[in-house]
Design a protein around this ligand. Structure first.
Ligand code: ZN
Length: 172
């Protein structure tokens, strides 16, 4: 017998060109009577199914200022970066809304983030390296900013060539 567990759905991903990706999400009223843990789980499942590291609400038409990340601190509602390091790092980034597009993005190495988790508890945590990179990428999404906005034309052109090759291969 099929369990309801196996029928859990995932959300549809908005891909490049979808205007929703450019929408800025305004601060969410966390006193709203919503099933926050269920919304968070649904976004999580969608992210994991797509092999993602992070997923922002406007990538899946959720109108809440939140994102999920594939880490212990998994849900970030109304996240605010309250401190960034002067020290920068460059890491390769990809985005579930831009299949097979990868390039290096330079961002602060450490950040201090204030947010609410899926239990609506207020948190302040410090993140570094790949997690700091991911959080900054996701908060950009919530502001309608995309990682391509951080690339020079030359860098983006090069990455697009590789992307086209990879997309052609995966279509075969
Ligand atoms: Zn992204």
């Amino acid at each position: 017998m099929a369990s309801t567990e196996s029928q859990k759905s995932i959300l549809k991903l908005n891909l490049e060109g979808n205007p929703v990706l450019r929408h800025k999400l305004s601060e969410t009223d966390i006193t709203q009577d919503l099933e926050w843990d269920k919304i968070s789980d649904l976004m999580h499942r969608t992210m994991v199914a797509a092999n993602g590291m992070g997923l922002a609400a406007n990538q899946v038409n959720v109108g809440l200022r939140m994102f999920v990340m594939n880490s212990d601190a998994k849900t970030f509602i109304n996240p605010h970066i309250i401190e960034t390091s002067k020290e920068k790092q460059s890491q390769e980034e990809g985005c579930l809304s831009f299949p097979n597009l990868f390039f290096q993005v330079t961002r602060p190495k450490y950040i201090l983030v204030e947010y609410h988790n899926d239990k609506l508890e207020e948190k302040v945590d410090r993140f570094e390296d790949i997690w700091a990179q991911c959080i900054q990428h996701e908060i950009d999404h919530l502001n309608g900013v995309l990682f391509i906005d951080h690339a020079s034309k030359l860098k983006l052109d090069r990455a697009r060539i590789k992307q086209r090759k990879a997309n052609d291969t995966s279509r075969r």
